[in-house]
Design a protein around this ligand. Structure first.
Ligand SMILES: [Zn+2]
Length: 300
């Protein structure tokens, strides 16, 4: 690992780029709206444009990318993607960006990249065993073990969304099945639960805002979601034995107040010192982690 690195986060609405020093300090930024509805080629052109703006500043730099979807880490291609990026499944991100940029590009899933970022310079800086949970529209996790990303057998480890949880039996998960954690503890889950309780259609973000304004139905929905998340995370701590659990994503701030006391109460004594921490890198976590990924030797 040497030199500066560029990291690009290809998200459903925004493409975020950072230029970082070898120690992870962000010294350049670029971003653009992701043209998700215009298809994969337009999304790739936008990502390449963001990277080029940073390359102009850096002169020489490695490039890493974090993208929504399940990514094959060996080929940098998208195995599976939700409809936040239509036509994204099957896209050979690494090949396509290498062609556009004329240099090697490393690609991983966005939540994995966020885990790398937070364990590098964020909430879990310096730790080598970290569980990062991303609670946004959906729910995912990235796992750092022995200082390295644990991707599992097919690059899909950390699919926390599909953990069965009590109380979710009648709720449909993003995967189409019932009873999974994402159906409760995610932006989508908050919106669904609120609609069931009140008949009103609002976003997960609006549920959190209403709870803050004193809406009892919204507060109840948020409390149930936070409890389910806190309980599940305490169980995962027993399985994975991390040094810390970091919660990132747009729904993190709304879920943590209810999740934390349940998490603390559920932890067994052996893990009583494993903190549940809010992420620190904000919406740059994926890009920072992607930059770090791009700096790694291509032998992993
Ligand atoms: Zn599911």
């Amino acid at each position: 690992m040497s030199g500066t690195g560029i990291g690009v986060d290809i998200g459903g609405t925004t493409t975020v780029g950072v230029l970082v020093t070898p120690s992870g300090e962000v010294v350049g930024r670029a971003r653009a709206e992701t043209p998700a509805r215009r298809g994969a080629a337009a999304v790739l052109d936008t990502a390449a444009g963001v990277a080029r703006r940073l390359l102009d500043q850096a002169g020489q730099a490695t490039v890493g990318v974090g993208s929504a979807g399940t990514i094959d880490p060996a080929t940098g291609a998208v195995r599976y993607a939700t409809d936040s990026l239509p036509g994204w499944a099957g896209t050979r991100i690494a090949d396509e960006l290498e062609r556009r940029l004329g240099r090697p590009v490393r690609v991983d899933n966005d939540v994995n990249a966020a885990a790398i970022g937070e364990a590098w310079t964020g909430a879990a800086a310096g730790l080598t065993h970290v569980l990062l949970v991303a609670a946004g529209t959906g729910l995912g996790a990235g796992l750092i073990r022995d200082g390295r990303l644990d991707r599992g057998a097919r690059g899909a480890a950390g699919a926390l969304a599909h953990l069965p949880v009590p109380g979710a039996e009648r709720l449909r998960c993003g995967c189409g099945r019932y009873g999974h954690l994402e159906a409760v503890a995610s932006g989508t889950g908050l919106a669904t639960a609120y609609k069931l309780a009140t008949g009103e259609t609002v976003t997960g973000r609006q549920v959190a805002a209403r709870a803050a304004d004193g809406d009892p139905a919204a507060a109840e929905v948020l409390a149930r979601a936070g409890e389910a998340l806190g309980r599940a995370l305490a169980g995962l701590v027993a399985l994975l034995d991390p040094q810390a659990v970091v919660v990132a994503g747009g729904a993190a701030a709304a879920l943590l107040p209810a999740a934390t006391p349940v998490y603390v109460a559920e932890l067994l004594p052996a893990w009583a010192d494993v903190p549940l921490l809010p992420a620190q890198l904000g919406d740059e976590a994926v890009a920072v982690g992607a930059a770090r990924l791009g700096m790694e030797e291509p032998t992993q």
